[in-house]
Design a protein around this ligand. Structure first.
Ligand code: AP5
Ligand code: MG
Ligand code: ZN
Length: 209
């Protein structure tokens, strides 16, 4: 199946996508992860995107659409994929319609206060990208990834100011996609408030796998 994951920043899209991708044996494609990889490697794309991402804005539709179109042309997407964080605007959704066919738009339902708390305590692994939370999902050893031993860090866009801005941008540009996919008849709401294991269980039960 071809999934897109919609929802506010910090809703747990990346956390669920990692596990769901494993259980469905399909790739997890996160535009945010691709941008961060480019920033880490100092590419031209990374240089263009860094200031925008750190401030909580959106990278241009043109750049992002080209990136996703290219990624979806790779053979590993043949049996399905999870697109996490794309589309994020109506023009991106319309462009996606031209080169992909989406089976389900999974919308992560959660209140702003909860996402602010989740993002305020998030830690990410520099080496494998695994997410932790200082309160909800702390690593076994402080500052170290359980999975690979890598160093844990706080994303530059998880500052209080950027979180606030990301929520404003989400309401303005991304939330209208909920109606866009509802009108198409492939919107599936998921309650993003419970613990990660529960959210995964709910997801699996909805898609029978
Ligand atoms: P992106 O990386 O996609 O960031 P985001 O949308 O802001 O979402 P997050 O990754 O912050 O949150 P998430 O929902 O994945 O939550 P997570 O699982 O980590 O994009 C970054 C930037 O790139 C954008 O701001 C933009 O600039 C640019 N960009 C990307 N795509 C773009 C596009 N299409 N167009 C233009 N620009 C684009 O979880 C968060 C925390 O909560 C973690 O600490 C986790 O451990 C914890 N947690 C997760 N689930 C639970 C749970 N069930 N219970 C308790 N805690 C939980
Ligand atoms: Mg994410
Ligand atoms: Zn790691």
């Amino acid at each position: 199946m071809n999934f897109i994951f919609l929802g506010p920043p910090g809703a747990g899209k990346g956390t669920l996508a990692k596990e769901a991708a494993k259980s469905f044996s399909i790739p997890h494609i996160s535009t945010g992860d691709i941008f961060r990889e480019n920033i880490k490697n100092g590419t031209e794309l990374g240089k263009k995107a860094k200031a925008i991402i750190d401030a909580g804005g959106l990278v241009s539709d043109e750049i992002t659409i080209d990136l996703v179109k290219d990624r979806l042309s790779k053979p590993d997407t043949k049996n399905g994929y999870i697109l996490d964080g794309f589309p994020r605007t109506i023009p991106q959704a319309k462009a996606l319609d031209e080169f992909a066919s989406i089976d389900a738009a999974v919308n992560f339902d959660i209140a702003d206060e909860a996402v602010v708390e989740r993002l305020g305590g998030r830690l990410c692994c520099r080496d494998c990208g695994q997410m932790y939370h200082i309160k909800f999902n702390p690593p076994k050893i402080e500052g170290k990834c359980d999975k690979c031993g890598g160093e844990l860090y706080t994303r530059d866009d998880d500052s209080a100011e950027s979180i606030k801005n990301r929520l404003v941008v989400y309401r303005q540009s991304t939330a209208p996609l909920i109606d866009f996919y509802k009108d198409k008849g492939n919107l599936v709401n998921i309650d993003a408030r419970p613990a990660p294991e529960k959210v995964l269980e709910d997801f699996k039960s909805k898609f029978a796998k």
